[in-house]
Design a protein around this ligand. Structure first.
Ligand SMILES: *[C@@H]1O[C@H](CO)[C@@H](O)[C@H](O)[C@H]1NC(C)=O
Ligand SMILES: *[C@@H]1O[C@H](CO)[C@@H](O)[C@H](O)[C@H]1NC(C)=O
Ligand SMILES: *[C@@H]1O[C@H](CO)[C@@H](O)[C@H](O)[C@H]1NC(C)=O
Ligand SMILES: *[C@@H]1O[C@H](CO)[C@@H](O)[C@H](O)[C@H]1NC(C)=O
Ligand SMILES: *[C@@H]1O[C@H](CO)[C@@H](O)[C@H](O)[C@H]1NC(C)=O
Ligand SMILES: *[C@@H]1O[C@H](CO)[C@@H](O)[C@H](O)[C@H]1NC(C)=O
Ligand SMILES: *[C@@H]1O[C@H](CO)[C@@H](O)[C@H](O)[C@H]1NC(C)=O
Ligand SMILES: *[C@@H]1O[C@H](CO)[C@@H](O)[C@H](O)[C@H]1NC(C)=O
Length: 463
């Protein structure tokens, strides 16, 4: 009996030893191969094109917005690597979740939908337009038109009477957070306004980008040193004296990328200063001294919730996009992307996490959350966010060879539809079927289990 257990443990230990993904950052073929292994593990979580399932949705416990972020990651994955494997699923997901209203307000989601949730999908559509991702069939929603429709909705949700401007976090009064104006919602608005300005050359968009940025500063959400705070509460009477100073990498990233787009568009010193200022503060805040990116607010204490576990992946993609739009930043950014990939790949050596959807990628390649540069370190926290983070870290090392984002005068072909789709009026969500996949914050925190160490310890004891 005991001998049997030892043999089993020994076999497991051997498996542990041969797990992981090899990566040579000086060889594009190696980067692509590592990225494709991680992407494969990521898409094994996706159930949206199983028979009877809904295209674009991730299974419980992942929220709808994260699926939007995932398809954006896949658009970039294709743009960087040329791997078309997931393109059809991505097109199908975008078109389905854009819904018949063509504005990323699908009836199944609207009741719980916030401006930031809609924002992660619409930024994916913008990336598709800028990268010339294959277009949906002509009778379906088109990327640029989708972005212009959501832009129009965002404009209609801007309110001067509270906090002197800004959009609320929530779209509908019955959702928690309707009394909060936050940086990520306004950051999504800013990000698409800046990119639409660059893509179309239309000054309506650049005027809005300036207005949103200046409001963020006035509201104390973008500090003089370019630290970006999470949000501000609307108090009785409409004043907003109380800010939430928590700093998240996604807030820094979404504004950094938008500022770089405005700089690229305008060439102005003003936007160069903003880009450089945000970049400098973001790298100080969201990377360790060894240049490995981390979610400083919660990562050290292993307290990041399911949503927060995915932020640093978007941050890395926004860094990469910034280095394309503001080429003078590339030399600064590259070492951070490199160090992050080197550390991330060492964490892609695990199995799944108990209590979470099982990892079905290549055995022994599940990516953990925390990246440490100096050892093989799988922390046992796995899932869609962790796969996306590692994929982003690795694939962004292909950015020197990737084409930059286009505009409508440099090859962009996505159809225009200003003010089209859902236009400026919001749907009445009370008329729609409620769904339950609301924001259950904190659902995903999983205690770390280092399986290989446990096996090693057990073997040691038994010996
Ligand atoms: C999933 O999507 C891919 C790409 O569009 C397609 O080839 C495949 O048949 C789909 N699977 C199912 C079960 O629909
Ligand atoms: C994607 O869809 C197109 C058109 O339906 C089809 O020709 C192509 O083979 C599909 N590619 C993949 C990888 O499924
Ligand atoms: C809405 O959700 C239901 C239940 O999951 C699903 O059957 C339906 O297809 C979804 N509708 C759309 C348009 O995605
Ligand atoms: C680009 O978009 C602008 C604004 O919509 C339009 O005036 C211009 O003609 C477009 N340029 C091209 C080359 O399509
Ligand atoms: C940036 O400024 C804010 C106050 O405006 C301060 O709380 C924060 O410590 C500063 N951050 C750094 C890194 O200097
Ligand atoms: C690994 O790095 C961490 C932080 O970067 C440091 O605290 C730790 O001592 C290092 N461990 C080894 C074995 O070098
Ligand atoms: C704007 O972005 C394009 C695409 O990446 C790049 O080629 C160009 O040099 C950038 N322009 C400026 C002024 O930085
Ligand atoms: C610029 O964009 C705005 C908002 O989408 C639109 O109303 C306006 O017609 C556009 N102007 C031009 C010249 O295309």
């Amino acid at each position: 009996m005991k001998k049997g257990i030892v043999a089993t443990l020994f076999a497991a230990a051997v498996r542990c030893a041969v797990t992981g993904i090899s990566l040579n950052l000086d060889d594009d073929a190696s980067i692509k191969s590592a990225a494709s292994t991680i992407a494969y593990g990521l898409m094994k979580y996706y159930t949206g094109n199983n028979t009877g399932d809904v295209p674009g949705n991730l299974p419980d416990p992942y929220y709808w917005w994260e699926a939007g972020g995932m398809f954006g990651t896949l658009v970039d994955y294709w743009a960087f690597s040329g791997d078309k494997t997931y393109n059809n699923q991505t097109i199908q997901a975008i078109v389905h979740q854009a819904a018949d209203s063509r504005d990323f307000m699908p009836t199944n989601q609207t009741r719980a939908e916030g401006n930031d949730d809609q924002g992660f999908w619409v930024m994916t559509a913008m990336s598709a337009a800028e990268n010339k991702f294959p277009d949906p069939p002509a009778d379906q929603a088109q990327y640029l038109g989708l972005v212009q429709s959501v832009f129009a909705q965002y404009v209609s949700r801007w309110e001067e009477h509270d906090c002197g401007g800004g959009m609320r976090w929530q779209i509908f009064p019955f959702n928690n957070g309707f009394d909060y104006k936050n940086s990520i919602s306004n950051g999504c608005f800013f990000n698409i306004a800046a990119r639409l300005a660059r893509y179309t050359g239309n000054t309506t968009y650049s005027d809005w980008a300036s207005k949103i940025f200046e409001w963020e500063e006035k509201a104390g959400l973008i500090q003089k040193n370019y630290s970006i705070f999470d949000g501000t509460w609307i108090e009785t009477g409409g004043g907003c004296p109380r800010t939430n100073p928590t700093r998240w990498s996604y807030n820094a990233g979404v504004f950094l990328h938008g500022a770089a787009a405005m700089y690229n568009h305008s060439g102005s010193d003003l936007w160069k200063g903003r880009t450089d200022g945000i970049l400098d503060m973001a790298l100080k805040t969201f990377a360790r001294p060894d240049k490995v990116v981390w979610e400083q607010h919660c990562e050290a204490s292993a307290m990041c919730n399911l949503n927060e576990q995915s932020y640093k992946g978007y941050f890395l993609r926004w860094l990469a996009a910034t280095s394309k739009l503001a080429p003078h930043t590339a030399g600064t950014i590259r070492p951070f992307v490199r160090a992050s990939a080197e550390a991330a790949i060492k964490a892609c050596s695990g199995t799944g996490s108990p209590g979470m959807p099982p990892f079905r990628g290549k055995e022994g390649t599940a990516c953990g959350f925390t990246w440490t540069a100096n050892e093989t370190a799988f922390d046992g926290i796995t899932g869609v966010g962790e796969q996306m983070n590692a994929l982003s870290a690795v694939m962004c090392n292909l950015l020197d060879g990737a084409a930059g984002p286009v505009t409508n005068s440099t090859g962009g072909t996505s159809n225009r539809n200003p003010g089209g789709g859902g236009g400026t009026t919001d749907h009445d969500p009370t008329a729609e079927t409620p769904i339950v996949a609301g924001d259950r914050v904190g659902a995903g925190f999983v205690t770390a289990i280092v399986l290989c160490s446990l096996i090693a310890a057990a073997l040691f004891v038994m010996r």
